[in-house]
Design a protein around this ligand. Structure first.
Ligand SMILES: *Cc1c(COP(=O)(O)O)cnc(C)c1O
Length: 317
């Protein structure tokens, strides 16, 4: 967002069903986040809600490919073109995601990936930005390393010392070469890991079809789902158990569970700063209060998967 040179105070439209970093990044760039509610089936930002949120100050859209499901990029890019908006895709869940044969992260002006420990390529910390404009990509590199015109590889060498210039007030946001060395070898396993997660996803879908819980929609035609998260919806009226009690029961059964996510307006910081209330984005609110993420690591054995299935069935009958 900084590299895109959006004017200070510009509004950036994003989803309330995301990790806080999506919204915090907008704030750290000196911009104003505006939330547009999600579609109940895809759980991705609803293009109609984006349109409704546009004001004369809107400059960018920041869609998140939630759980690895591709956003409706055709409609989002059409809106962006019509209103002359920058698009920055949050691809933290979407390393393997495709939409109509094209990789997630290649539709917008930038695509941002995370290699944090919970993601499908892990370097401890770090990430990757894709961009379609060479000059803007060069600017992201420069901004990521203090705003210096040359990194260390290009200052020191056999040809002699080369001066660098500081051309902007940049950041210390570079990924270490050591981290890259760890990450680059994982690229060879991305596909095999994806195939294994896809199998686990299909096993869950088949095993839970008769249970009174909400299951994720099948991936849309013409898309490739990254199967980064497998999320179910637990409601007391159908399942007879509260979501949080379900989380506790799974933990007691020694099964790791997660919540992706309580909607952003549930958090006190945003309530206090912007007066946001969950009720203004009711679809994201309801998903956030019902959702449970089940284990979907490629390292799960068949016995592990069977144990997860049994534990869910024991809770919801
Ligand atoms: C993990 C995550 C991020 C943040 O990535 P970091 O590399 O930890 O900064 C942003 N958005 C979403 C949707 C995420 O899941």
């Amino acid at each position: 967002m900084v590299a895109a040179s959006l004017p200070a105070g510009s509004e950036v439209i994003t989803t309330p069903l995301t990790f806080c970093a999506t919204v915090n990044a907008i704030l750290h760039a000196g911009l104003t986040p505006v939330l547009a509610d999600v579609d109940p089936l895809t759980q991705n930002i609803d293009p109609a809600a984006i349109e409704a949120a546009i004001t004369p100050r809107t400059r960018a859209i920041l869609p998140v490919h939630f759980a690895g499901r591709a956003c409706d990029m055709e409609r989002i890019m059409a809106i962006a073109r019509r209103h002359d908006l920058v698009v920055i895709e949050d691809c933290a869940h979407a390393i393997e995601t495709e939409y109509r044969g094209k990789k997630a992260g290649t539709f917008g002006d930038f695509g941002c990936f995370s290699f944090y420990v919970t993601k499908n390529v892990v370097t401890g910390e770090g990430g990757m930005i894709l961009g379609r404009d060479e000059a803007l990509v060069a600017r992201t590199k420069m901004l990521a390393l203090h705003g210096m015109s040359k990194d260390a590889w290009h200052r020191f060498g056999d040809a002699g010392y080369k001066h660098y210039q500081v051309v902007e007030c940049g950041f210390k946001y570079n990924m270490m070469d050591l981290q890259a060395a760890i990450g680059i070898h994982q690229l060879a396993r991305v596909e095999a890991n994806w195939i294994r997660r896809k199998e686990i996803w299909a096993q869950y879908q088949a095993a839970f079809v008769d249970l009174p819980i909400g299951l994720p929609a099948e991936p849309e035609a013409g898309t490739r789902h990254a199967h980064h998260l497998y999320t179910i919806a637990v409601t007391p009226d159908r399942c007879g158990v509260e979501r949080d009690a379900f989380l506790d029961a799974m933990t007691a059964a020694r099964i790791g569970v997660g919540v992706h996510y309580l909607s952003v307006p549930e958090h006190p910081y945003y309530q206090q700063r912007f007066g946001w209330q969950p009720d203004h984005w009711p679809v994201a609110r309801d998903i956030g209060r019902r959702t449970v993420s089940l284990p979907i690591s490629p390292k799960l054995s068949e016995a592990d998967v069977a144990r997860v299935i049994d534990a869910v069935r024991a809770q919801c009958r």
